[in-house]
Each structure stands twice: as structure tokens, then as C-alpha cells.
Design a protein around this ligand. Structure first.
Ligand SMILES: [Zn+2]
Length: 238
């Protein structure tokens, strides 16, 4: 099955654009992996510092609030290793090069077997605002380049090698929000903790009516293709 490498990985890095992306798109999978003994880390490219319609909120206040929410949400899934890169929300597409450098260093330091991130090609066939979010595609692109081309090559960012980290080649990328998922993880026994993690992102989801039902339908839709009650879907890239 295409998710075998993800399910058997001992060290998994989850690199996403915004604080609530991890819980929404792979929270059940993360909970399952942690229960199995895997070490899961988060890299948050932005702290979602523009994600509000409240004119009284400042960018710094929102970033601090969303980082606190993220720490709570992550802890609920068993994740305590978080790196906040703090790029401006919405501007990642203009920062792919420095982001790629930072991600290369983190991959070399943390040495994950598998990375979960956004599908950089999503939205090309199905034009939805969520899929077309520039931060999602920029994150996927930067991770794709860092993981497959840079981290394993000593001539990419050689100053990192000189400073003491070694090249590292991951085994696989798993892409969320993909238009063409080819594998799934059954999250039936992790759905409740996934919903609790999403609820922790109160600034984004606190006003959502029937939040549990909203995400249940999303998990049912993902699982229907494989005959599962509740699932998260992934696209494998090797
Ligand atoms: Zn997002």
C-alpha cells in the first residue's frame, strides 16, 4: 500500500503553511503514528499572522495566539517538537528560496524518513480557494526541493555541512490536500483526538457550527474511495 512507509516510519516531519493545517489534514494520522511510537515533529512555515477578520487584532497578537493554540493542539496529538519559522502569512511564495534553505537544514538536523506536506500541484484541476492558497503551494514546492534535491546533496548549502550537519535523503514525501491521492490512513480510532486538536485552534474554528460534523464528513469523503468509515488521504511521492 502506498502509505506503508508512512505507517512504518520512526521519525516523521510534518511541514505545513499554517498552524491548523496539520490537525485538519493529517491530525488522525499523526495521533496514530505517535501511539505506535514514532517521533513526529512539526515545522510551521507561518504562524498564520494574517488569518483574521477582526480589525482590532494585530499581526503580532494573532501570531502569538495561534502559536499558543498550535502548542495545545500538537500536545493533544502527542507532538512536542515544533519549529516556528514565522514567515508572513500569505507571502511564502515570495520566500521559497530562504524557506528551502531553512528546510534543508532542518531535514539534515532532524533526519526524518518521511515528510508530510502540502501537494504543490494541487488546485490545477479543481479550482477551490483552499487548494489555490499560495502558502500551501509554496510550502509544498519548498519542501519538495529541499527534500529531494538539496538535503541529500553536499554541494547544496555547503555551509550547513561545514557547520556540522550531514546530508540526509528521505525515503518519501506524503502530500496532503492532493487532487490525486493514492493512499489512505484509517483514522477511525483517532478521529476524536483529531477533532479536539482542531478545536484547539479556536481563533480559526471557534465559530464553526457543528465542527465535529464538518470534519466527520471530510473524513467520510476521504474514506469512501477505499471503503473506510473515516480516513485521511495522501499522495505518495518518491
Ligand atoms: Zn493552510
Amino acid at each position: 500500500m502506498s502509505t506503508d512507509l508512512l505507517l512504518s516510519a520512526q521519525r516523521v516531519m510534518v511541514t505545513v503553511a499554517h498552524p491548523d493545517d496539520a490537525a485538519i489534514h493529517c491530525g488522525g494520522t499523526i495521533a496514530r503514528l505517535v501511539r505506535q511510537g514514532a517521533v513526529v515533529s512539526y515545522v510551521l512555515c507561518t504562524s498564520g499572522n494574517r488569518g483574521t477578520s477582526d480589525p482590532a487584532m494585530t499581526s503580532d497578537q494573532l501570531a502569538a495566539l495561534r502559536e499558543a493554540e498550535q502548542l495545545t493542539a500538537a500536545a493533544g496529538l502527542g507532538v512536542t517538537d515544533l519549529t516556528f519559522l514565522r514567515y508572513d502569512d500569505g507571502d511564502l511564495a515570495y520566500n521559497v528560496q530562504p524557506l528551502r534553505c531553512q528546510l534543508t537544514k532542518l531535514i539534515r538536523q532532524q533526519r526524518p524518513e518521511v515528510i508530510v506536506t502540502h501537494d504543490p500541484f494541487a488546485g490545477l484541476t479543481r479550482y477551490t480557494v483552499c487548494h489555490l492558497h499560495p502558502d500551501h503551494r509554496a510550502t509544498g514546492q519548498a519542501v519538495f526541493e529541499a527534500a529531494f534535491f538539496c538535503a541529500g546533496g553536499p554541494l547544496f548549502y555547503p555551509d550547513q555541512i561545514t557547520a556540522g550537519v550531514s546530508p540526509h535523503q528521505i525515503a518519501a514525501l506524503y502530500l496532503v490536500m492532493s487532487d490525486t491521492p493514492d493512499g489512505y490512513i484509517d483514522i477511525s480510532d483517532a478521529f476524536a483526538v483529531k477533532v479536539a486538536a482542531i478545536e484547539a485552534h479556536d481563533s480559526q474554528w471557534g465559530k464553526q457550527p457543528d465542527l465535529e460534523g464538518f470534519f466527520r464528513r471530510m473524513a467520510e469523503q476521504a474514506g469512501a474511495r477505499w471503503g473506510l468509515p473515516l480516513a485521511e488521504a495522501f499522495r505518495l511521492m518518491q
